[in-house]
Design a protein around this ligand. Structure first.
Ligand code: UDP
Length: 326
């Protein structure tokens, strides 16, 4: 009889928006799950109903050590998912040094743990590594156009340095570190005050307030529903080691301008929405759209949920969230 290997995932940032979905999917796949989260942008309520089915530890990856990960209740770690880092521009810019340290020092610390425990390492990188791209759409071999000293740099450069660490731990320390680059993602468990475009627009529509468009709204993004994203992350974790050939874009290639996003929201809500224009933040990328051929080929993955369907679910979630804070 072949012995079944017990799978134990450490999810750093497991109380955050994407982490909360990933933790649930890992549990339903039979994983034991330990969550490390320092709760700066993570929320207790995202995991509350899971109770003791997970081992939750309030911990900051900036100073986590190999010793901290030894002797966990759930035993040896077989998988590390690193999702710990604020990802919304207003949040990551609020304390940029913290953001950079979380990305770079936190990732280094988790990679040491992966090395010590021979765990597979799955790292959440970002489309922000492409910066304000001069190549459109973005495939993984594009090196990007990033301002090293701007307001977004703490995140963009932090994530780029973390990618370098993952690549070098793979090359020189035999850690099976894999990178996925997340493009704009939305869905349930987003914080209503997250500050990103989908949450801001949904919350404004529900509160019957004007929709805040930054700049003239001609800038584009490609929005991926969170369940699709998590399916891609899990497919990457299932990939045989020898088939990983480098970073993988995970996103929905259907591109919308921000003005078009308002129109989609009007269709979904059945309301005529009033908009207001606010200044465009510095270094705001003008376009963004993933090439996902690599994910299609290697992972047999592509998003299934189009924006209208995903927005319907997300609006219903925000309606309950807003109700809760009344
Ligand atoms: N944006 C907007 N209104 C908002 C929030 C964002 O028009 O309330 C714009 C923002 O300028 C950017 C796009 O929407 O061009 C996506 O912004 P988000 O903060 O969601 O993520 P980003 O892709 O910039 O990291």
């Amino acid at each position: 009889m072949p012995q079944t290997i017990e799978r134990h995932a450490l999810v750093a940032g497991g109380a955050g928006f994407i982490g909360a979905h990933l933790v649930r999917d890992l549990l339903s796949r039979g994983f034991k799950v330990t969550v490390w989260d320092n709760m700066r942008t993570g929320r207790e309520k995202n995991l509350a109903e899971l109770g003791n089915t997970i081992d939750f530890q309030k911990r900051d990856i900036r100073n986590s050590t190999v010793e901290d990960a030894a002797g966990l209740k759930n035993g040896r770690i077989t998988h590390i998912f690193n999702l710990a880092c604020p990802a919304s521009p207003p949040h990551y810019q609020k304390d940029p040094i913290y953001t950079w340290e979380t990305s770079v020092l936190g990732t280094r610390n988790l990679l040491h743990i992966a090395e010590a425990q021979e765990a597979l390492f799955l790292h959440a990188s970002t489309s922000e590594v492409y910066g304000d791209p001069q190549v459109h759409p973005q495939s993984e071999d594009y090196w990007g156009n990033v301002n090293p000293v701007g307001l977004r740099s703490c995140y963009d450069e932090g994530k780029r340095a973390a990618e370098t660490l993952c690549a070098d731990f793979r090359r020189f320390k035999n850690v099976d570190a894999r990178l996925f680059r997340i493009f704009n993602t939305y869905g349930e468990f987003m914080h209503p005050d997250d500050g990103r475009v989908i949450s801001n627009f949904c919350v404004a529509a529900l509160k019957k307030e004007p929709i805040p468009i930054y700049g003239d709204g001609s800038q584009t993004r490609s929005f991926c529903y969170v369940a699709d994203l998590v399916a891609g992350i899990l497919a990457l974790s299932d990939l045989p080691r020898e088939r990983y050939s480098g970073p993988i874009n995970l996103g929905n290639p259907h591109e919308f301008s921000i003005r078009e996003l308002v129109q989609v929201l009007e269709r979904v809500t059945g309301q005529k929405l009033i908009t207001k224009n606010l200044p465009l933040p510095a270094d705001d990328p003008k376009v963004r759209k993933p090439v996902i051929d690599r994910a299609r080929d290697a992972l047999n993955w592509e998003p299934k949920i189009e924006l209208e369907a995903g927005l319907k679910k997300t609006l219903a979630y925000f309606a309950l969230e807003i109700e809760g804070v009344k």
